[in-house]
Design a protein around this ligand. Sequence first.
Ligand SMILES: C[S@@+](CC[C@H](N)C(=O)[O-])C[C@H]1O[C@@H](n2cnc3c(N)ncnc32)[C@H](O)[C@@H]1O
Length: 418
Amino acid sequence: MSVSSHHQSNESISSSKQFKISVEASDISSELTQRVKTKIKENGSPIAFEAFMQMALYEPQLGYYQNNLHKFGEKGDFITAPEMGSLFAECIANSVIDTLNNDGLNSILEIGAGSGRLAVDLLKSLKHQNSLPAQYFILEPSATLQSQQKQLFEQEAVYFLNKVVWLAELPNEFEGIIIANEVIDAIPCQLIEQTEKGWLYQGIDLKNGELCRCLMEKVDCSSLPTCLIDEYNAESYILGYQTEIRRQSSGWLLSLSECLTKGHILLIDYGYPESEFYHPQRSQGSLTCFINHHRHFDYLKAIGLQDITAHVDFTNIARLSSEHGLSVDGFTTQAGFLLENGIIEKAEALLNPIENMGLDIDRYKISQQIQKLMMPGQMGEVLKVMCLSTQLNARDLTVKNTETSLKGFSMQDHLHRL
Ligand SMILES: C[S@@+](CC[C@H](N)C(=O)[O-])C[C@H]1O[C@@H](n2cnc3c(N)ncnc32)[C@H](O)[C@@H]1O
């Protein structure tokens, strides 16, 4: 079974590829690497991979999502769905529009808005349909991304700025629709490995002054998915099998469930149900690094200059959501979600005026966009979409309800796979 890519990159590479790195980028990476080394020295022992990933991505001013180097789009390191063109945002608009208009849930809160592209295109599409939300909140922990988002609004849609509110933390009470595209896969995870002693955490140590991977203490069984410890299954996992668990998901979902007093949460991310995520054949897990559109697996390289990401175990997300009082209303593939939300018709509408003017290059770009978003080998199947909603008494994963008022979950209902 092949390891699929996170985000979208133009190419996958061996880790020997050399990159042209600016002096500024090189300084950032050296300083961050030094900080990781200092942390290990101060600790007096290796640090867990999760602590390393936290620093690599979120160390103030230096971490990948905190420094001011360019990340998204053609000139960055990877492309997310909203960066490919407006079709993704138009489909999200289609999914939420009835709820925005009819259910009194007239606000949107986007978590982790990246370059701001989804926010701008979603608002444009909703405006076009006379359905602008009362407010569009953005929770973006990265100051540098926040300023990029503001810049994008100023360049392209300054007239929306009176609708957009940047938040420093989740509001105490929110009624509306929360959207998080490719956010969970950026939340630090733990790396674990099957060894003769059982499942051990992987960590980062110092050897001759350089960072290196190491094994750490035994994983507490209570934090493992049952398939990894089930005695009938245990032998399926070969020595050296490596995978991820994401402890922080629980706190993240709890904070969302506490803030959402009424409404829906739309989660879109690379991932699988548990049985596929922890399939014995996926022996290298899903952790991947992206730099300059190259995909590789050496997270100790170019620290702070490359994204580090791991897929999402959606069964775990569904279970935790239910425990925190949210109902799991829908689960489907990105392709199913986009099809049901009219991606083909929307592409045709874009193509019609282009055909008349005969602009082949634009036609080519739209067909590329559709292929990347929809094809099984690209983003269509590996990206999943989940809809959660506030609902009392929904503490059991068996309580499922496909009658969600967000559109996109009926055509290919995958709830049974969780
Ligand atoms: C892979 S990027 C995706 C950006 C954007 N949603 C897109 O699709 O292009 C991850 C985003 O999540 C943000 N992020 C990471 N952890 C977060 C958290 N705990 N709360 C809110 N945002 C977070 C990052 O700063 C970044 O904007």
